[in-house]
Design a protein around this ligand. Structure first.
Ligand code: PEP
Ligand code: MN
Length: 339
């Protein structure tokens, strides 16, 4: 950590800062310039207390962290790509998966029809929300336990693995009893209490990036899962909030490239929530693959127009073959194996 002091501070002010730095467990080194004085705090920023509290001291202008907030998730810790097993199916380290299914599970007929269409195109991992976090509290919130039963039925009938979202700590156990991977939605990316609970549920976790989380915060949330006992974390870029209104979110393709360099964790791209409109889903999916994604999670519905949630962005499941054919050559070009 580097602590930059305000211009022309006196020796008493410098002593005040160095004393605080030492009290927090770091060794202070004072570097005196012509106008500015800098205090370098030597010590492990991960195990010592944060020095950001120094920002509150009168002589301090800025506090600049040097170390990253994460360690176990980093490439320095594990240089090779991690692979996560989602049920029987691998994701990462060269294994690419297209995960698809409706935004929400709405009925047996809707869900089973979608699963049938998708598995016929080679999809092996199905998504489907039983519990839905919604932007408006008046929107459809999902079938809850009935949705979980339908997920179990689809697994038994089609041999698929399933991914579904956990929205609260009280649901973790019953969702984990069915799901092969637990999804943490964008709205809960930094809900650390929920992350602790899902980390110890014995299932892989798909961690969506929050709409306003930095890449470092997103990877740090992944680190939180790892250090709390979940060895199988998959990161998901799903678009962030920006000033742009032409798309629902802004797909941060750069974040995929950064995360691939910074971490060993598999990365999945969600073009559906970033696009918000069907016509943009495929180009965004391709952009994500080109940036290094290890998989796609894409919404598909047998009757998108009448979908109870995210109607505009869902791919018609009976036409999913066209999506698969469009992504297949690029996955191969990126040196990955689909399925
Ligand atoms: C979803 O996957 O349907 C969903 C709600 O996604 P997000 O949390 O990214 O908005
Ligand atoms: Mn959705």
């Amino acid at each position: 950590m580097i602590i930059v002091l305000k211009p022309n501070v006196d020796q008493a002010a410098i002593d005040q800062v160095t004393l605080h730095v030492a009290e927090l467990g770091y060794a202070p080194r004072v570097i005196q310039g012509v106008e500015r004085t800098i205090v370098a705090a030597v010590g492990d920023e991960l195990s010592n207390r944060s020095l950001e509290t120094l920002q509150g001291l009168e002589p301090v202008a800025t506090v600049i962290p040097i170390q990253k907030r994460y360690k176990v998730a980093s490439r320095e810790c594990r240089p090779e790509d991690s692979r996560v097993m989602i049920g029987h199916y691998p994701l990462g380290a060269g294994a690419f998966q297209v995960i698809s299914g409706p935004c929400a599970i709405e009925s047996r007929k809707q869900f089973m029809t979608a699963v049938q269409h998708l598995t016929a195109c080679g999809v092996r991992i199905i998504r489907g929300g039983a519990y839905k976090p919604r932007t408006s509290p008046y929107d459809f919130q999902g079938l809850a336990e009935e949705g979980l039963e339908l997920l179990a039925e689809a697994k038994a009938k089609f041999g698929v693995s399933v991914v579904t979202e956990v929205v609260g700590v009280t649901h973790v156990e019953k969702v984990a009893a069915v799901a092969d991977m637990l999804q943490i939605g964008a709205r809960n990316c930094q809900n650390y209490h929920l992350l602790e609970c899902v980390a110890s549920a014995g299932r892989p976790v798909l961690l969506k990036r929050g709409m306003a989380t930095t890449i470092e915060e997103w990877i740090s949330a992944g680190e939180y899962l790892l250090v709390n006992g979940c060895p199988d974390v998959v990161l998901c870029e799903r678009g962030i909030r920006t000033f742009e209104t032409a798309t629902r979110g802004t797909l941060d393709v750069g974040a995929i490239a950064v995360a691939k360099q910074e971490t060993h964790l598999p990365i999945v791209v969600d073009p559906s929530h970033a696009a918000g409109r069907r016509a943009l889903v495929l180009p965004m999916a391709l952009a994500g693959i080109a940036a290094g994604a290890d998989g796609i999670i894409v919404e598909a519905h047998p009757d998108p127009v009448n979908a109870l949630s995210d109607a505009a962005q869902q791919w018609p499941s009976d036409q999913f073959a066209s999506f698969m054919e469009a992504v297949r050559p690029l996955v191969a070009l990126m040196g990955k194996k689909l399925g």
